[in-house]
Ligand binder design. Structure first.
Ligand code: ARG
Length: 458
């Protein structure tokens, strides 16, 4: 019998039961549900809303239920619909009558909203830790190879010379902002819905502040209708996850490109690549491809929730039950991607010679020549134009820039001096970009020291 069956004469159709149950997936919220119920029961007892001995019985009973679930002895029942009713029914089986007092002044509407916030709060912390581990792995890779030089790309075309470490640290910055976003979202997550009942509040003297304090919430939600109806903190979490997934996916794309035979910039350990069932020579970067692929599904969950929410009149509607599976999947997926990327990075090795060879393309240093001219007093636009003509002339002769003589250079760049022939050195090219945010080894070393300190302080 459903716990709400008082006014019903027929039991629920089996198809409806199967259609409306959520226990198959919301059972993972059991610990949060019990944590919330214990705080609620303790408050009911303290406020004299239920007799203290009954509150004590409820708390002990809930602890037993928790143990049963953890020991795999608990029997989840579809006919009891969701995690809330499964736990409450078992509680009443264990402690009898007293169990029937737990739901005083509470509804499943404020209960599920509370469970979800407790769950999200935990997940924020776990995600932040996984992000930090990934940042740590990126930093360690950068620190192992602080002087490896590579071409930097824009439009996937050779742009300017950069340090491999600088490229890696770009992702450390992105994942740092992801952590900040989670921290920020957590402030809005950490507000208590419980105690507003189904929609309007309660006639009973509930002490919501005490419950908030016991559960570690910073604040209450102050509008009962908002508290049961809104899921924007879930949408915000999904948005954070979508951005994390996007960052992982961009990095995955770099890895895939670097690992291709055309680039051949990196090695990846055997344990993090897979073979082909047909082509014996293959060693593929499947981890990176999967992470890139899974990003689509995380975006999908964000859009699914926003779509579910957009047409709902206040306050609670059963549509809201659809908020969970996508959220769980998005969180699990992103956590998995973060963990596997962190592990994979330990096996990544740059192919320093190959990268240096690619970075020695003198076209990568055309800007260096233009900036040398600026230092001689030429307006940048004019310098850009002269070097552009020099590039075109070299291309027409089938030459690299470093193959041109001073005379050939001077045909396009009248101010050119013998020292201009020294420009075509990738090492000095990176060294010259010595300002905050630049790729000079000195700057990158400073930033590595900054991250070393920051990532190792809790
Ligand atoms: N399983 C429900 C959900 O996730 C719990 C709240 C049910 N409330 C209700 N009025 N039927 O949304």
């Amino acid at each position: 019998m459903a716990l709400w069956s008082g006014r019903f004469e027929q039991s629920t159709d089996a198809l409806v039961q199967a259609y409306s149950e959520s226990i198959s997936y919301d059972r993972r919220l059991y610990a949060y549900d019990i944590q919330g119920s214990i705080a609620h029961a303790r408050m009911l007892g303290r406020q004299g809303i239920i007799p203290q001995p009954e509150a004590d019985k409820i708390i002990a009973g809930l602890q037993q239920v928790k143990l049963e679930i953890e020991q795999g002895k608990f029997v989840f029942k579809t006919e009891l619909e969701d995690i809330h009713m499964n736990i409450e029914a078992r509680l009443t089986e264990i402690i009898g009558e007293a169990g029937a007092r737990l739901h005083t002044g509470r509804s499943r509407n404020d209960q599920i909203a509370t469970d979800e916030r407790l769950y999200l709060r935990d997940e924020c912390e776990q995600l932040a830790e996984l992000l930090q581990n990934l940042q740590g792995a990126l930093l360690a890779l950068a620190q192992r190879h602080p002087d490896v030089i590579m071409p930097g790309f824009t439009h996937l075309q050779h742009a300017q010379v950069v340090l491999f470490a600088h490229h890696l640290l770009a992702y450390v910055e992105m994942f740092e902002r992801d952590r900040e976003r989670l921290q920020d979202a957590r402030q809005r997550i950490n507000r208590l819905p419980l105690g507003v009942g189904a929609i309007a509040g309660s006639t009973l003297p509930l002490d919501r502040h005490a419950v908030a304090q016991e559960l570690g919430f910073d604040e209450l939600l102050y509008n009962s209708m908002d508290a049961v109806a809104d899921r924007d903190c879930l949408a915000e979490m999904l948005a954070c996850l979508a951005i994390i997934a996007m960052h992982i996916s961009r990095f995955a794309e770099d890895i895939i490109v670097w690992y291709s035979q055309e680039f051949a910039f990196i090695e990846i350990g055997d344990a993090f690549t897979t073979g082909s069932s047909l082509m014996p020579q293959k060693k593929n970067p499947d981890v990176a491809e999967l992470a890139r692929g899974k990003t689509g599904r995380v975006y999908g969950h964000l859009l699914a929730l926003l779509t579910t929410l957009k047409g709902l009149p206040l306050s609670y509607n059963r549509d809201l039950q659809e908020d969970k599976e996508g959220l769980f999947d998005a969180i699990d997926t992103v956590k998995h991607s973060l963990a596997v990327f962190t592990a994979m990075l330990a096996s990544v090795k740059p192919r320093r010679e190959r990268m240096l060879e690619a970075a020695s393309d003198s076209f990568l240093m055309a800007t260096d020549l233009a900036e040398w001219l600026v230092r001689q007093g030429l307006p940048f636009r004019e310098a850009h134009h002269q070097v552009g003509r020099f590039v075109a002339a070299c291309l027409a002769r089938g030459q690299q820039l470093h193959e041109a003589s001073l005379e050939q250079m001077q045909e396009c760049i009248p101010l050119a001096k013998p020292e201009c022939l020294q420009i075509w050195n990738p090492q000095s090219s990176v060294e010259a970009r010595d300002l905050p945010g630049g790729t000079a080894p000195a700057q990158v070393a400073k930033r590595m020291a900054y991250w070393q300190e920051k990532l190792n302080t809790p």
